[in-house]
Design a protein around this ligand. Structure first.
Ligand SMILES: [Fe+2]
Ligand SMILES: [Fe+2]
Length: 336
């Protein structure tokens, strides 16, 4: 996923409408006309600074979420219950690392160096999805992350394949294909456990009980509280509102939970025939903001792990740079 925390920073100024008044910057007029026509904006195209800044913030936070998202599941690689499950988990975690790399590359096309984005993550200045600040206590948590966290991510990310910024939209098409495998492997793992012993079924139910509400929060604040939503929708970055996506996710997940044989921990969750959707209980937004603000169960642990990995990887970056410089010098020598 994982774009939930992306509407959270300082508001950006509104863009102008699609009809340019006399004297208005022609470039801005052309930009708005392209958006209105459903065309993609590419890296070399002129764009308003606020659009560029919003995209850098959103794409870099998305990249951070992919990378930090490797940590909760990485915790279980050495304890996977079989070789098959270990191979699947390793492949999934590797995919998430790849998603982070695609997304840093997409953000770099907007002129922000990767190192600056990574420093913003390590200093705590840039957010990542709050869902990764929860612990993975049992093997069932790994299955639930695939089923629910990747499931919510897909719901959020499919509309991003139609994002107005070309490099982001194209990265999302590839990422979404992989995310759907992630969701299915999680469901498959849980199904195997639900067909096992009573202790395994209890473990799955316990994991669902702990993850359900944090996953429902992944879609971000309600539309009325989401400071960026209207502008990002006008710009064609976001296509469906937080509340609509949350409702779609809940409606899609209820029958899957029934198929698995688990209950979802919400006594107010019931089908509302007149709305054609499920009603659901109140979200604990205090918990959401606490975790986004840095005080979740694992915030410190996650940042510490990333900082340690970054420090330990310094020699690899230096070696790669030295090799690139030597190769360039050799090529220049040959050309001279
Ligand atoms: Fe991913
Ligand atoms: Fe994933």
């Amino acid at each position: 996923m994982y774009t939930q925390a992306l509407d959270l920073q300082t508001p950006v100024p509104a863009a102008t409408g699609s009809a340019a008044p006399v004297g208005q910057d022609l470039r801005e007029h052309a930009f708005n006309a392209r958006l209105a026509d459903g065309q993609k904006i590419e890296a070399q195209d002129w764009m308003p600074e606020a659009y560029r800044k919003t995209l850098v913030r959103q794409i870099s936070q998305h990249a951070h979420s992919e990378v930090v998202g490797m940590l909760p599941e990485g915790n279980w690689v050495t304890r996977a219950p079989s070789l098959k499950r270990k191979a699947i988990l390793l492949a999934k975690i590797q995919d998430e690392g790849g998603h982070g790399l695609y997304l840093y590359s997409a953000a770099e096309t907007l002129g922000t160096p990767r190192e600056a984005m990574q420093q913003a993550l390590l200093s705590g200045a840039s957010k990542y999805s709050s869902i990764f600040n929860y612990p993975t206590l049992t093997w069932a948590d790994v299955g639930v992350i695939g089923w629910l966290v990747d499931g919510a991510a897909i719901m959020n990310q499919i509309p991003l394949c139609r994002c107005s910024y070309g490099p982001y939209a194209r990265a999302m098409i590839r990422i979404c294909k992989e995310e759907s495998f992630h969701q299915r492997q999680g469901f498959d793992s849980l199904l195997a456990m639900m067909r096992g012993t009573a202790a395994q079924r209890d473990m799955v139910q316990d994991a669902v009980n702990r993850w359900w509400w944090p996953v429902v929060m992944m879609f971000g604040p309600s539309d009325g509280q989401s400071v960026h939503s209207a502008q990002t929708m006008n710009w064609g970055i976001k296509r469906i509102s937080n509340d609509e996506l949350r409702q779609k996710f809940i409606d899609a997940t209820v029958p899957q939970a029934q198929l698995l044989g688990v209950s979802l921990p919400d006594p107010d969750l019931k089908w509302n025939a007149s709305r054609g959707h499920h009603d659901f209980g109140a979200i604990d937004w205090d918990e959401f903001w606490r975790v986004v603000g840095g005080d979740g169960p694992c915030n410190r642990e996650r940042l510490h792990a990333r900082r340690t990995a970054h420090d330990k990887g310094a020699w690899v970056r230096e070696a790669a740079l030295a090799h690139a410089n030597k190769t360039r010098a050799r090529e220049l020598g040959r050309a001279a």
